[in-house]
Design a protein around this ligand. Structure first.
Ligand SMILES: Cc1cc2nc3c(=O)[nH]c(=O)nc-3n(C[C@H](O)[C@H](O)[C@H](O)COP(=O)(O)O)c2cc1C
Length: 319
């Protein structure tokens, strides 16, 4: 596992080794502040703010309410060439200096130099060992590996295979994404050889989420059988809630041909407001709760998992 001093000092501020993952049209300042106050890293995609002026206001509010006594927050930016606002979003990120910048859907190269000038860490979100290697060569401080079963844009590799392959060439901070839903799962991520769990779906149906009440209700009622993984909706492989595809006129058995991914078309918020996503672990979402409640449960389960390991070890040693 990682031994970077800055990262280690960030980890010491966490109650449980978790990042509340950034979620398009779902995570905003309220979620991020509550997550950081609950003891996990909070994050949101810059594209969730309708205008650049709103984004500046959001960063200001977060910086006022999240201090060194809390877990830090992370800014997420879609660095894909089709994000028309990427440069403006990055300029604001450099101004408000989050301790971590998460780059998604593209290379972190253009972000690293500026982030390092103020001491920020850049974590690149990657979907394959090949992309992971490129991000490390570009100088990323940490990797977020998108594995099978994630909500939003998902990976397809098993986390066991992905972690082991990455650990052959990278010993820095490693974050695993994809259906991590309980504190026991979080502990499993550490046992696998990674540092942090990236959790989206478990924070989707919270009181602080910007998701609509209809979306939250669908999450509470859904199981893994309701999730369809396809690249035929936006051009990127993503997990979709089948009932929302049907409600939006898609036939899950006959989706349109794959198109080229164009993030700028996703800024047409009306189109995406009712097309909903979740990860394979959605059946763990059983009620709408506060972020504080969700984190406390994860923390308790995480501690119970460590206790169980200790008892097992004790049993082995005494037999
Ligand atoms: C509704 C939704 C929207 C998402 N939007 C984004 C996004 O804008 N940027 C991003 O980097 N990841 C996004 N993700 C992916 C998450 O950051 C994370 O990888 C994923 O939720 C982890 O898997 P899990 O949902 O099984 O916990 C999104 C996920 C969900 C569920």
């Amino acid at each position: 596992m990682s031994s970077s001093p800055t990262f280690e000092s960030i980890k010491r501020r966490l109650k449980v080794p978790v990042i509340q993952a950034p979620m398009f049209l779902v995570s905003g300042p309220e979620m991020v502040i509550a997550a950081c106050h609950s003891g996990v890293i909070g994050s949101f995609p810059a594209s969730n703010a309708r205008t650049v002026e709103d984004l500046e206001q959001w960063y200001c509010t977060i910086n006022q309410q999240v201090t060194k006594d809390h877990a830090p927050w992370a800014a997420n930016v879609i660095v894909h060439k089709s994000n028309p606002r990427a440069e403006q979003e990055l300029q604001l990120i450099y101004k408000y200096q989050p301790e971590i910048i998460i780059t998604a859907l593209g290379s972190p190269t253009s972000v690293i130099e500026e982030a390092h000038k103020y001491g920020g860490l850049v974590f690149a979100d990657v979907g394959s060992p090949r992309h992971a290697k490129r991000a490390v060569e570009a100088g990323a401080d940490g990797l977020i590996i998108l594995c099978a079963g994630a909500g939003g844009y998902t990976g397809t590799l098993s986390p066991f295979a992905f972690v082991e392959e990455v650990r052959r060439f990278f010993d820095g901070p490693l974050v695993v994404s994809g259906s991590i839903n309980t504190g026991r799962n979080v502990r499993a991520v550490e046992v696998m050889g990674a540092d942090l769990a990236y959790m989206g779906t478990q924070y989707l149906a919270t009181e602080e989420s910007m998701a609509s009440s209809e979306y939250k209700e669908m999450l509470v009622n859904a199981t893994s059988a309701d999730i369809l993984v396809s690249d035929r909706v936006t051009g990127q492989v993503a997990s979709w809630l089948v009932p929302s595809l049907i409600a939006n006129g898609f036939d899950p058995d006959n989706l349109p041909e794959k198109c080229e991914f164009d993030f700028s078309s996703m800024l047409d918020v009306k189109k995406w407001k009712a097309l909903w996503s979740a990860g394979h672990g959605v059946s763990q979402v059983t009620a709408v709760r506060s972020i504080e409640d969700v984190t406390r449960q994860i923390e308790k389960e995480y501690q119970n998992a460590i206790e169980a390991e200790r008892s097992f070890l004790h049993l082995l040693q005494s037999s």
